[in-house]
Write a protein that binds this ligand. Structure first.
Ligand code: AQP
Length: 336
């Protein structure tokens, strides 16, 4: 039985934080040996909101290096940069021409991000889910790890595949494979350190809202010292009136590798003054091996480049085949 194929990616819109790690990359690492994996850095997605050209390339390489530092193993997983495989943009255009506008206007993420940008909303932001559909369908992926926030985009991906198969393929010979969501039982959703009701996010203007994977112990200590808490003594999970408390306890549980029951017992009668050093220590200890490996990856001349080159070649071989099949089904003249 060939392994099922998995596709996922992270946008280089800033430095990776604990949310990206615990909600996405750590899960990829844990299950990578079961699947044939394609993990990309989705730099084309990163320009759907205003970006700084001076740091885009650096952020892109940094994220690829962090994939390796977090434990993505090139023996199980291909790592590549999305824009290095031009088939992504070409397939997006072909999909654009069969995607009804109102499918995109209804996307929650578009509405939320568009609101934040006021007048300056680019067409790319509206088209973000079509590019994501191209990312996934190019690789004929079986499974896509998705959090709650990306479920709607995966549904749209499936709708685009169904539409293209219906319009240009046949039932016996579909052109594109319909991907399934890969939903994790404990898909940790990490919330902001400054507001327990909002997710930790790269684009939050406050650096204090998130812990980056490459933060120094001093920075981690400072952020946890200043994170939002409440005046109540005795820390408990799952109290809807204490979102910060639930978030920080969950973070402590995941980072220290303890069970929920053990953390609940340890924290039921302590206050924030006692808890914060525990969380700080757990965060520093969890990030230390990732940071050490990151330094190694960056210090080895040519290593990252060779992984990315190899990843691009392997990714392009599959992507170009799918693109050729779609072009042919849509009736384009073959390149001469
Ligand atoms: N706070 C979070 N908790 C759990 N998972 C999270 N992810 C992001 N934030 C959290 C997961 O990380 C993966 C990559 O995300 P992305 O870079 O594609 O964009 P995002 O989801 O929009 O992440 P950010 O950090 O919030 O970026 P910006 O601020 O640029 O929009 C995804 O699997 C995501 O679920």
């Amino acid at each position: 039985m060939p392994k099922q194929r998995v596709l996922s990616g992270v946008q280089p819109t800033g430095n990776l934080h604990l949310g990206n790690y615990l909600g996405a990359i750590r899960n990829w690492v844990e299950s990578q040996s079961q699947y044939e994996n394609y993990f990309c850095v989705v730099d084309l997605h990163a320009i759907t909101v205003p970006h700084d050209p001076k740091i885009l390339a650096d952020n892109t390489y940094k994220i690829a290096a962090l994939y390796l530092a977090c434990g993505i193993d090139p023996a199980d997983s291909k790592i590549f940069i999305q824009s290095h495989v031009p088939a992504h943009t070409e397939l997006t255009w072909l999909f654009n021409c069969i995607t009804p506008l109102n499918w995109l206007e209804g996307m929650i993420q578009f509405k939320e991000k568009a609101l934040k940008q006021g007048e300056n909303v680019g067409v790319g932001l509206l088209d973000y889910p079509v590019l994501m559909a191209a990312d996934i369908l190019l690789y004929q992926a079986d499974l896509v790890p998705v959090g709650e926030d990306q479920k709607q985009h995966l549904e749209l991906t499936r709708d685009i595949a169904i539409r293209l198969n219906f319009q240009f393929g046949s039932e016996e010979k579909p052109i594109l494979k319909l991907p399934q969501p890969l939903i994790r039982a404990e898909g940790a959703r990490v919330m902001s350190l400054t507001d327990g009701t909002r997710k930790m996010s790269k684009s939050d203007p406050s650096e204090l809202s998130r812990i980056h994977l490459l933060d120094s112990p001093e920075e981690i200590q400072k952020k946890i010292k200043r994170c939002k808490t409440d005046p109540i003594r005795g820390l408990t999970f799952d109290d809807p009136d204490r979102p910060e408390c639930n978030n920080l306890l969950t973070l402590y549980m995941v980072l220290s590798g303890q069970s929920k029951a053990a953390v609940a017992a340890e924290c039921e009668s302590i206050g924030w003054g006692q808890f914060k050093p525990l969380l700080t220590e757990a965060a520093i200890a969890a990030l230390e091996p990732i940071q050490a490996r990151y330094q190694q990856v960056m210090a080895e001349p040519g290593y990252l480049e060779s992984i990315l080159r190899q990843g691009r070649e392997q990714a392009a071989a599959i992507a170009n085949q799918t693109l050729a099949d779609v072009r042919s089904a849509m009736g384009f003249a073959s390149p001469l």
